[in-house]
Design a protein around this ligand. Sequence first.
Ligand SMILES: NC(=O)c1ccc[n+]([C@@H]2O[C@H](COP(=O)([O-])OP(=O)(O)OC[C@H]3O[C@@H](n4cnc5c(N)ncnc54)[C@H](O)[C@@H]3O)[C@@H](O)[C@H]2O)c1
Length: 257
Amino acid sequence: MSATLEDKVVIVTGSGGGIGAVIAARFAKEGARVIVSDRDRGAAEAVASRISGAIAIPADVTSEQDVSALIERTLEAHSALHHVVANAGVIRASHPIAETPLDVWRSTMSVNLDGVFLTIKHSAAAIANSGGGSILTLSSISGTGGTPLAAAYGASKAAVRNLTATAAGELRAQNVRVNALVPGYVNTPLIDSEVPVWESTMGLAPGGFAQIIDQKQGRLISPEDIADAALFLTSDQASMITGSSLTVDGGFTSQLF
Ligand SMILES: NC(=O)c1ccc[n+]([C@@H]2O[C@H](COP(=O)([O-])OP(=O)(O)OC[C@H]3O[C@@H](n4cnc5c(N)ncnc54)[C@H](O)[C@@H]3O)[C@@H](O)[C@H]2O)c1
């Protein structure tokens, strides 16, 4: 039996670390020719060097020029593009809305929303011209309900789901599926850096966040859990799934208590 993504060309944005790096490695194990892309050139090159057949192409997803060049360079290298994981994202939490500097709002929207928009805008035709494929976006449970102290992050992730649905409708006739993953709290550097800030600004004792995770999610989600779901939505097993959001949160958002 051939591997799930045999010879498929896949770009993963923001894959110089965290969830993206794990998705890139997992997809390569399934036979994909992976493009590790990140605004941090060194991080992208380091991840690509550990993945068989992968190449690094740095790109800042907030720059239309970078995203356009990322697609061009991918086509130069592989003459095709089948799948994109629009994973790059940032969180800068800890401000109530009244104290959120406009630059925090704008820079969050710029990466999390403009970045996904530009990635879809510039990759869709290349995927269609390669015979079809998929685009997977990364939303968050923060986009499904209010997110105190992280308004920009929550709003950007809610918008990503809507953008995903719109893109799915526009691109269906071109054989490009577009879906969103909606993770709960995943064990990555993004979480590590934010937890102490959340605990102090939300008046939780140290360890309070871990307690909430215990009660609501059971455990922190691993990046591998997310890579499994990403692989499913990207694979032909999901060939009739488009415009969907798949929640991977251990039940966090499905229970009131
Ligand atoms: N960690 C979580 O609990 C969690 C939960 C839900 C959703 N997500 C989403 O998953 C995605 C990955 O998160 P993570 O936890 O791996 O984060 P991370 O901070 O560990 O990794 C993010 C990567 O994106 C890169 N990046 C940031 N801005 C960029 C830009 N402008 N252009 C290109 N690359 C850029 C960073 O350099 C980094 O390598 C994000 O979209 C995030 O919002 C994460």
